[in-house]
Ligand binder design. Sequence first.
Ligand code: CU
Length: 86
Amino acid sequence: MQKVNVTVAGGYQPAVVNLQQGVPAQITFTRTSDAGCLDVVHSTDFGFETDLPLNQPQTVTIDTTKAGEFGFSCGMDMFHGKVVIA
Ligand SMILES: [Cu+2]
């Protein structure tokens, strides 16, 4: 299992998450700032949409069966992050 933590504070830190193809993966998002409009994170590529209550880590499972670059963003598609599976 690959586990990556992403801090959400005026953007995504890190903004690029690298994962190994074929190994189950989870990304845990923790929003630590009220800056911006980052209280929702969603991804049409992976098919998730998750509320991010302040300082409450939220974990999503990532399908790593396909290699490539996949996006996630805030609810209004203003802030973007990327998952690279290789
Ligand atoms: Cu936004």
